[in-house]
Design a protein around this ligand. Structure first.
Ligand code: TYM
Length: 326
């Protein structure tokens, strides 16, 4: 049976880019495959963070994912650090990963620029830990947004190198992308939506008024157009395509656009209406869940138990193959 793995950082905000690019697909795939989804707390330690509020943020991330439709009966949702075998595998994989590959990762370069005062080794090694996540569970399918493709390609290379050195052990995982794999910043549609860019995102738990206000302010055309659809308008159409699940409004407004009769305010109102209707139940479930901390912890503990079984078996095999068995 195929196995799916994916992860999300507990960075305080889960935004509609995360939802459209990744979580929505996690929810779909839990019906088709054995699935492991992970709140990657170790990854979030690579940039400055507040240790005191960290446990709460991890629980919030878990609650958002459950509210968005992950079902603990079908999937194992767990916290990365609850299965510390991943750090052992990361060490071993680090020993087959070329330094130059790590240095050329776009995300490393971006973050090194953003945190120029404190470029720690964790930032550089980040993709090795991500490869360890995926390979520890021998996942063959990894639903992610476009920004993670480079890391996934490196994971495949690390798997190949390990397999070549020590014998076939890991499958080469495939990315799973869908419409909306790159949702752009609302206020700057040439860049991706990101929680580190204020004004760029809508949080999954934003109130309806807030959503409407943010969409109203979204940049559409920044200057004279060359006849091509501008990035801001394209982004709004992508969001409409995703959130208008029946597609009737999307088709009507696309046609109006093609005929040159579309008013952007109509497009914005349509995006806001469909998004609000779609996110409302998620926000309500989240408000309920976040107050049921014991239940959340129990779900995460059960998820970690499932994950640990697979992790232990993989590590026995890896230790055997790599000669860690004196
Ligand atoms: P993270 O926490 O930044 O994002 C979680 C998921 O959301 C996707 N995403 C987007 N998709 C579309 N448009 C956007 N603007 C957008 N922004 C974010 C991301 O592509 C991701 O799928 N390194 C990963 C976490 C990770 C992981 C893994 C993922 C750790 N181990 C193993 C897959 C497999 C990250 O920082 O995602």
């Amino acid at each position: 049976m195929s196995r799916v793995f994916s992860g999300i950082q507990p960075t305080g905000v889960v935004h509609i880019g995360n939802y459209v690019g990744a979580i929505r697909n996690w929810v779909r795939l839990q019906d088709e495959m054995e699935s492991f989804y992970c709140i990657v707390d170790y990854h979030s330690m690579t940039i400055p963070y507040d240790a005191e509020s960290f446990p709460r943020r991890v629980l919030e991330a878990a609650a958002v994912n459950l509210a968005a439709g992950l079902d603990p009966e079908k999937t194992s949702l767990f916290i990365q650090s609850h299965v510390p075998e991943v750090t052992e595998l990361a060490w071993i994989l680090g020993c087959v990963t070329p330094l130059g590959e790590l240095q050329r990762m776009t995300q490393f370069k971006d973050k090194a620029r953003q945190h120029a005062q404190s470029i720690n080794a964790g930032l550089l090694n980040y993709p090795i830990l991500m490869a360890a996540d995926i390979l520890l569970y021998k996942a063959d399918t990894v639903p992610v947004g476009e920004d993670q493709l480079q890391h996934l390609e490196l994971t495949r290379e690390i798997a190949r190198r390990f397999n070549a050195a020590f014998g076939p052990t890991f499958p080469e995982p495939q990315a799973r992308l869908t419409t909306g794999a790159r949702i752009m910043a609302l206020n700057d549609p040439e860049r991706k939506m990101s929680k580190s860019v204020p004004g760029s995102y809508i949080a999954l738990t934003d109130e309806p008024d807030e959503i409407r206000r943010k969409i109203r302010r979204a940049v559409t055309d920044t200057g004279p157009t060359s006849g091509e659809m501008s990035p801001g308008v394209r982004n709004l159409f992508t969001l409409l395509e995703v959130f208008d699940t029946e597609g009737a409004t999307y088709r009507a407004l696309r046609e109006a656009y093609d005929q040159g009769t579309l008013r952007y305010v109509e497009l914005k109102d349509a995006v806001a209406d469909h998004m609000i209707a779609h996110l409302e139940p998620i926000r309500e479930r989240y408000q309920e869940l976040i107050h049921r901390q014991e239940e959340l912890r129990a779900i995460l503990a059960a998820g970690a138990d499932q994950a640990r079984k697979v992790a232990r078996a993989t590590m026995e095999e890896v230790r055997e193959r790599t000669g860690l068995r004196t």
